[in-house]
Design a protein. Structure first.
Length: 292
């Protein structure tokens, strides 16, 4: 329940007022909300209960925009879900969501509503499940699939290609996330117990492994030219050399689930609280109203 509320409210942190007096429940009580995004026309999209929801009244009510499905087969059941943290809105209202078809022959790809139309259709498909991560750069979308970074060209042909992350190793979690810096670099990071970091300076067409961290990383964000990452067991780390080396940067004993940033602040989320920082080192809790 704690994680549900935190995942929902943190999605709006970067557009929220500077002062947070009290958090209030914004919907989906008792549900696991895995992603939230707001379009330029103030339409809210949220992933919960293996379905994509939509609100056109500021979050007062939500309707199912695309329903996940389950099919039963003697050889094994299959079902479709949406990958966490993978709603992306381009332009005015074009929405892309990464989906996963789990079963005997797993597949995955992207769904799009094509300029706010009510009908969803597959924009791209890949062999094997899309693990997650969905970011946009110029007219290109990126998703991750284990050691592969899929690159989708948003033109009339919807061309897709992929690149493999070098020196990829995993223990118990193949999930890779992506982060776009304010400069020219793209970063990829793995989520297993010893996180690996890769960097690309040519729009994702080549990658270099730059560092590793003996922690399970849950998020990456940027503030004042420095990179920050949250970890599941030991707080926040900071890198001032583009991800090459990492040092502790506060909340040392906290188990953190998410990291987000605005122009002047970082926001770190645990299952107990939300913290903010203007310098990446000193953190203040602003959790009044969150479930305990």
């Amino acid at each position: 329940m704690k994680k549900v509320a935190l995942l929902l409210v943190v999605a709006s942190l970067c557009n929220a007022p500077a002062v947070f007096a009290q958090w209030t429940l914004a919907g989906f009580e008792g549900k696991l909300v895995e992603a939230v995004a707001v379009s330029k026309s103030d339409v809210i999209y949220a992933i919960a209960d293996r379905s994509l929801y939509k609100s056109e009244d500021g979050g007062d009510t939500y309707t199912v925009s695309f329903q996940g499905r389950t099919e039963y087969d003697p050889l094994g059941s299959s079902y479709s879900i949406f990958a966490e943290h993978t709603i992306l809105i381009k332009g005015e209202d074009s929405v892309y969501v990464a989906f996963i078809e789990v079963g005997i022959d797993p597949t995955g790809g992207l769904l799009s509503n094509k300029n706010a139309a009510s009908q969803w259709y597959p924009a791209f498909s890949t062999v094997g499940a899309v693990d997650g991560a969905l970011i946009s750069r110029k007219d290109v979308l990126f998703t991750s699939q284990g050691s592969l970074i899929w690159i989708y060209k948003l033109d009339s042909t919807y061309h897709a290609t992929y690149r493999e992350l070098p020196d990829f190793a995993y223990a118990n979690d193949r999930l890779v996330r992506l982060y776009e810096s304010s400069g020219n670099a793209l970063f990829a990071f793995s989520k297993h117990d010893t996180a690996q970091f890769w960097k690309s300076t040519d729009d994702g067409f080549s990658w270099q492994r730059i560092s590793s961290l003996k922690q399970k990383v849950s998020g990456v964000a940027e503030l004042s030219g420095a990179l920050y990452c949250t970890t599941v067991d030991s707080g926040v780390y900071r890198s001032t050399d583009g991800g090459g080396t990492w040092v502790r940067s506060g909340l040392n004993s906290a188990s953190l689930l998410l990291l987000a940033s605005s122009a002047n602040e970082l926001y770190a989320v645990s299952d107990q609280a939300i913290y903010k920082s203007t310098n990446g080192t000193d953190w203040t809790s602003f959790s009044s109203g969150l479930p305990s």
